[in-house]
Design a binder for this molecule. Structure first.
Ligand code: SF4
Ligand code: SF4
Length: 312
């Protein structure tokens, strides 16, 4: 007879797939032993740049039991955002695919809350917290531990059948479950495409990314001016950067998402170079009202677009 933990785990995974999640794996909530020295070295080398939140909650980031009372299990979930659509004007400042549609924080938080409710209705009094791209949780490490993929040389989680264009989320619950085996193999092999094409040399060695040099950081997280050393190296990215995922051979297996809320705002893909360069607050509010791009605010996007212009 299947144990309750096994039955409940199966139920949770089936419910997650029904809600549209791409994959789901479960780990015991415990101290992430292997990650501790890695995180410490990364922080000591200041590869987090101005992202002070990365350095905060050091202990909590490594141990979910310090984050959620009586935590027993970490349920890792992925949600596809891949699309074949792209900006029509090839010279327009580029926006990362994940920000084309409605802000993933909103969409996935709702899905996680729904999943937790389904679990409660079926299993009983379960307490838990939902996390989506939230600083205190080492999402890729948990996803790998839960068997969802390996962490590639570009530091993204990669799944053989799905590539890497997905968000990673977690539900941390006070329920004992059946735990998946860690994804123990690495399928990057001798490939170095992501390292060779990263325009800012942020991937300074295999599996090592200097976050403070990454275009995603420079265009989204960095609040000050973008350092002039990056002038001419941004490959025309105005919000985020998809290069090290676009070139990854595993992403040939990515299939377009089915989430209508991630469909681009009707105007977004048609904004031409000049329109983006001359973007007004009205256009910004209309086109990016629901998108993750609003994180930079109008001034941030404007700063990024101006930085892409060549010096006269
Ligand atoms: S997202 Fe872009 S800048 Fe950042 S590591 Fe990948 S290729 Fe380099
Ligand atoms: S581009 Fe190559 S080396 Fe980089 S993550 Fe993909 S498979 Fe690994």
């Amino acid at each position: 007879m299947a144990s309750n933990a096994f039955k409940n785990s199966l139920f949770i995974k089936e419910s997650a797939y029904k809600l549209g999640f791409l994959s789901c794996g479960i780990s015991k909530a415990e101290f992430l032993e292997a990650e501790a020295p890695r995180l410490e070295t990364w922080l000591n080398n200041n590869h987090h740049g101005e992202m002070a939140y990365m350095a905060n909650y050091f202990d909590k980031r490594l141990d979910p039991r310090l984050l959620v009372d009586d935590a027993k299990s970490v349920i890792s979930l992925t949600y596809n955002y891949f699309t074949n659509q792209s900006q029509v004007d090839p010279t327009a400042p580029k926006i990362s695919k994940y920000a084309y549609g409605e802000d993933y924080h909103t969409v996935i938080k709702e899905k996680l809350a729904e999943l937790l409710e389904i679990i409660r209705n079926e299993i009983g009094d379960v307490s838990g917290r939902c996390f989506i791209d939230s600083a205190p949780v080492l999402d890729k490490a948990w996803a790998k531990k839960s068997g969802l993929g390996w962490i590639g040389k570009n530091s993204n989680l990669i799944a053989k059948q799905q590539g890497s264009f997905f968000f990673i989320a977690e539900l941390i619950v006070d329920l004992d479950l059946h735990y998946d085996a860690e994804f123990a193999t690495d399928h990057c092999g001798s490939c170095t495409r992501c390292i060779d094409t990263c325009p800012t040399d942020a991937i300074f060695a295999p599996y090592q990314v200097d976050g403070s040099k990454c275009i995603s950081y420079l265009t989204i997280e960095l609040k000050n001016e973008i350092p002039s050393t990056f002038k001419g190296k941004m490959d025309n990215w105005a919000f985020g950067c998809d290069i090290c995922q676009d070139v990854c051979p595993w992403n040939r297996f990515a299939v377009p998402h089915q989430e209508h809320r991630f469909n681009p705002h009707p105007e977004l893909l048609h904004l031409e170079k000049k329109e983006l360069e001359e973007i007004t607050t009205e256009v910004f509010s209309r086109v990016f009202n629901k998108s993750a791009v609003k994180r930079t605010k109008f001034e941030g996007l404007k700063r990024n677009i101006n930085f892409l212009k060549p010096l006269n």
